[in-house]
Structures are given as structure tokens and as C-alpha cells.
Design a protein around this ligand. Structure first.
Ligand SMILES: [Fe+2]
Length: 304
């Protein structure tokens, strides 16, 4: 038998080598003391190896990915978190919220927290105005905070924050004044109400590498119109959520996958001659009105 110089690919041997490498990488974590860290690192490594093998990642693609992540790092500073943005547009932030807020009877659904929450927002009396002079169409919002058994949650702390009609949060204003954010305390019956702004859609920051990724994949940077809520009360699971506007054009394509059907609310158009609640004078432009009842589940430590 003469020896052949012809080259051939050995699929079986290739698979064995690839699989062997994955096993070696996984077993490199065997000595990890922290069992949770060990689980996270081995599963991450396994999924990454599976990804590389499944798509047959080229070395050029690997380099592009490294350059992209480097750019994401360079775009991140104390005011801007491009990595969170990347997590958001991949749906990883929303999936993490979902995993950590298990569906619980009638409890209101959580959604992404977003980057624009600020601690120590001003206290606004029930029926007061949170807009702080920010431009936008006035909106009356009211509702009730209850437990899953229907009993009221008196004194619940309700943080609300939202963008103005130009899609800007107050932290994006050059003068950094406080506007479009406040906290309220529910009354003895768990009721709350306030004047805010009718939510408008806005784009996530898209002048960096994440924006380029959206453009390359023909995805919209727009977030569906929304207003943020965070509700806290003793013994209750903290709820960070939004309300969305029924009929909004970006509900189906929200860039961070935050829309939940149960959080879409009717913002009813009120004519300019209707009497606004809260002792407010007639509003020439008209206004909108929305109701959002919030159900809090018991915090994990309280479940018996
Ligand atoms: Fe937002």
C-alpha cells in the first residue's frame, strides 16, 4: 500500500479535540471555593464554547467581537454605562428582571429599572405635580396599592420618574434641575394620585457602539412611551416597573424588551373644558388621565 499525500478532514477527530478543550476549560474551575462562582463560570464557559462551535466562529469575527467590547468599555464612564445598554438591547437585563421577579398570583409585573433613577427625589403631596416645570402634556395618574389578597398597603412609598416631551430626563438637562420625578406616600386606603406628563417615546443613547450594533441589525433605538414606578412597603417585594401607553407605536419594538402586556394602560384624552382634579385650573391644551392599580407580593423573607 502506497502512502497517499491527499489531505482529508477528520470530522471525528475534530469533534473530539473541540470537546476535549471544553472539558479542560471547565475542569480548570474545579478548585473554586465559592460554589456559586464555580457554577456561574463553568456554565458561562460551556455556553460560550457551544456558541463558538455552533456558529463556527472565524478568527476575524472573534477579533471584531473583542474590538466591539473594547469600544463598549471606552464608551463607558461615570455618566454613561454602555455595558448595561448592551445588556438591555440583548434582552439580558429584562430576562434577569424576569428571573428575579417570579410570577406570583395577581402581583404587578416588574420591568427594567433603567439608568435614570435618582435617589432622594422630592416628596410631592398626593394630587400634587411631579413635573417640576418640565415640558409636556399634563397627565393625571391615580391608583391604589394593594396586597395580593386585596388589602390596601397604606403608606407605601411610590417613586415616579419620567422623560419630558422631548424625551429627556432631568439628569440630561444641562442645569441638572429636578423635574419629572418625585416620591409620594399612599394614603390609609393605599390610594395615590399625582399630576405628571403624558409619556412620550425616546431613543436610548445610540451614538456609541451599541447604537452601531442596532443600526447594523436594522433595529430601532426607540423605547415605547412609559413612566417609571418603584414601590416599596415593609414586608412587600420591592416593585420596579413602568406603565406603557395603549396605542403607542413602539410597544412591539421596544428596544430593551421592557413592555409587558399587563402594564399597558389607557391614557384617556380629556377635553380642555373638563375640570382637572387636584384643584388644578382648566388646561387649554387638554390633558390625559390614566389609572394604574398596583399589587405587591409579599417579600421572600415574609413568605411562610
Ligand atoms: Fe425610561
Amino acid at each position: 500500500m502506497t502512502e497517499s499525500n491527499q489531505e482529508y478532514s477528520d470530522g471525528h477527530e475534530q469533534q473530539r479535540r473541540e470537546s476535549q478543550l471544553t472539558q479542560t476549560a471547565l475542569s480548570s474551575f474545579n478548585n473554586a471555593q465559592n460554589s456559586r462562582l464555580k457554577l456561574l463560570m463553568t456554565r458561562l464557559t460551556r455556553h460560550l464554547h457551544e456558541f463558538v462551535r455552533e456558529v463556527r466562529l472565524t478568527e476575524k469575527e472573534w477579533r471584531v467581537a473583542i474590538e466591539f467590547l473594547t469600544e463598549v468599555g471606552h464608551a463607558t464612564d461615570s455618566d454613561r454605562q454602555e455595558f448595561i445598554l448592551l445588556s438591555d438591547v440583548l434582552g439580558v437585563s429584562m430576562q434577569t428582571v424576569m428571573v428575579n421577579n417570579e410570577a406570583h398570583s395577581s402581583a404587578t409585573e416588574a420591568t427594567v429599572f433603567g439608568p435614570f433613577y435618582v435617589e432622594n427625589s422630592p416628596l410631592v403631596e398626593l394630587g400634587g405635580d411631579i413635573s417640576g416645570g418640565a415640558p409636556g402634556r399634563p397627565c393625571w395618574i391615580e391608583g391604589r396599592i394593594t396586597s395580593t389578597d386585596g388589602s390596601p398597603v397604606p403608606g407605601a412609598r411610590i417613586e415616579v420618574w419620567e422623560a419630558d416631551e422631548n424625551g429627556l430626563y432631568d439628569v440630561q438637562y444641562p442645569d441638572r434641575r429636578v423635574a419629572g420625578r418625585a416620591h409620594l406616600l399612599a394614603d390609609d386606603e393605599g390610594r395615590y394620585s399625582f399630576w405628571g406628563l403624558t409619556p412620550t417615546p425616546y431613543p436610548i443613547p445610540c451614538d456609541g457602539p451599541v447604537g452601531q450594533l442596532l443600526e447594523a441589525t436594522r433595529r430601532s433605538p426607540m423605547r415605547a412611551s412609559h413612566l417609571h414606578f418603584m414601590v416599596t412597603a415593609p414586608g412587600k417585594r420591592t416593585l420596579a416597573t413602568h406603565i406603557f401607553v395603549q396605542g403607542d407605536k413602539y410597544l412591539e419594538t421596544d428596544s430593551v424588551f421592557g413592555v409587558r402586556k399587563s402594564l399597558i394602560v389607557d391614557f384617556i384624552e380629556m377635553p380642555n373644558n373638563s375640570i382637572p382634579p387636584g384643584g388644578r385650573e382648566t388646561i387649554a391644551s387638554g390633558w390625559t388621565s390614566a389609572r394604574f392599580d398596583i399589587v405587591l407580593s409579599t417579600s421572600a423573607s415574609q413568605v411562610t
